[in-house]
Ligand binder design. Sequence first.
Ligand SMILES: *[C@@H]1O[C@H](CO)[C@@H](O)[C@H](O)[C@H]1NC(C)=O
Length: 201
Amino acid sequence: MLFFKSLAVLSTLAFGALSGLAAPAGTTETGLVARCDCDSLPNIIAVLKDDISVSVGAIAAITPANCTVDALTPVVVDIKAKVNVAITAIGKLSGQPLDVVIGAGIDVNAFAAIVADLVVFIFTAIRVCLTVCVGVNVSAVLALLCGLGEVIGALIVAILHVCAGLFVGLDVAIFGLIGVVVDVIVKLNVSVIISVFGIVL
Ligand SMILES: *[C@@H]1O[C@H](CO)[C@@H](O)[C@H](O)[C@H]1NC(C)=O
């Protein structure tokens, strides 16, 4: 059974997880945030997906022979670093209007699909890895993959934070599209994602 936390709880969590986002940069004397020449969220996500595709592919192509912490660590470190670059870029969008944050012609459902596509892409690869690695080294590998899941959780929190007040119902829309990987998220016990969507275990 699933339920969604209120937006107030969600934004408290978002502020807590990413306190650096709380004060938008470039605030003018009038208290308005100056328009920034920032990359939009759909662009940031598209670039990220492209940048991590080789490493995510290496996780999806794991075999019993290389299902080891040694083989997986550089790949996971690479993905985490690129996700963190994206989180920093997303932080610069804090307080910006919808046309800067998202761009024109993308509604809440279309944007939710962009986010969900990335989340499903990563957790589907993790699912393959969990399946192949069973019995090989599983607890150490689980810890590594859980750390990766937490960074994806921080990315989702950053996205929801920047979209709060612009896209009502974004969390519900994303959650509705990631159902195929919820079992992986629960299996890894990725606490950020479990909290943000209010997944009842
Ligand atoms: C594991 O080995 C397969 C087959 O050689 C390769 O395609 C994949 O990229 C490797 N993955 C990692 C994480 O080293």
